[in-house]
Design a protein around this ligand. Structure first.
Ligand code: SF4
Length: 257
């Protein structure tokens, strides 16, 4: 027979758990339970989300991210396919030289500067890190042309760290939905890292980018395609009816930009 005292303790624990789950998270417009449900649905849609920048190792990922500033992933991929065949480590990139790197990436905006940056980056990697990409935020952000966002993308994708690289899509979603409002990418990053349940942190960065790129678009969010429309608290939303929750096929999961 169950002891009345343990029944009472269990009832109190249930009430406390419910209170915690429904309490609004600091700075967020959502409760813990709502945030968990948002990411649960993203995980059903895209169980293994992948970034769209093509790369073959941590070094080529780092170069691709540096080249992607103010350019589309599709445009960067078009140029780097041949470049990374010719040079997939910093030593080979230095041997190619700035002029040849420039020829490979001529189709990407600001290519002259970017070629110069890639060479400076490779020199620093060879000089300070034996040609290896360092796996720490501190070391990465000391490299020429590598900011916090680039470093977080590399830490997440190449080293599996649960980082949050706030790009334009994530910054918009954090603010539009009131998920983690902030005036700067760093504030949104800090807010998201605080509220996203640890088990979803590894892929959260990709889920939010893909959601922003294909559904919660900048000019006109496509709310009728949105699986979290019933939870969303954005003032721009046009429906409360969520789209059917199904796993997306790779072609839908990563449409070309
Ligand atoms: S309901 Fe609309 S505004 Fe809200 S997250 Fe979905 S697409 Fe964005």
């Amino acid at each position: 027979m169950t002891n009345p005292k343990s029944q009472k303790v269990a009832a109190v624990q249930k009430v406390v758990a419910k209170k915690i789950a429904t309490r609004r998270l600091p700075r967020s417009r959502y409760s813990q339970a709502e945030v968990r449900e948002i990411f649960r649905r993203f995980a059903v849609q895209r169980p293994e989300p992948k970034g769209e920048l093509e790369h073959v190792n941590a070094f080529t990922l780092l170069v691709a991210v540096v080249l992607s500033a103010q350019a589309t992933d599709a445009g960067v991929n078009k140029a780097t396919r041949a470049l990374f065949k010719a040079a997939d480590d910093p030593q080979k990139m230095l041997a190619l030289g700035e002029a040849a790197v420039g020829e490979y990436i001529r189709t990407i905006g600001l290519w002259r500067n970017k070629a110069k940056n890639v060479i400076a980056l490779c020199s620093a990697l060879v000089r300070d890190h034996d040609g290896e990409v360092p796996a720490s935020l501190d070391e990465l952000t000391k490299l020429p042309g590598v900011g916090r966002k680039t470093a977080n993308v590399v830490l997440n994708m190449a080293f599996g760290e649960p980082t949050m690289a706030v790009d334009t899509h994530i910054f918009r979603i954090g603010n539009r939905l009131g998920l983690a409002p902030g005036k700067t990418p760093e504030q949104v990053e800090a807010g998201l890292v605080k509220i996203i349940p640890p088990e979803y942190m590894r892929h959260a960065h990709h889920w939010l980018i893909l959601h922003g790129r294909y559904v919660c678009k900048a000019r006109k969010p496509e709310c009728e395609l949105c699986v979290i429309a019933d939870i969303c608290k954005a003032k721009e939303k046009t429906t409360d009816v969520p789209a059917p929750l199904v796993e997306l096929q790779p072609v839908d999961a990563a449409l070309p930009t």
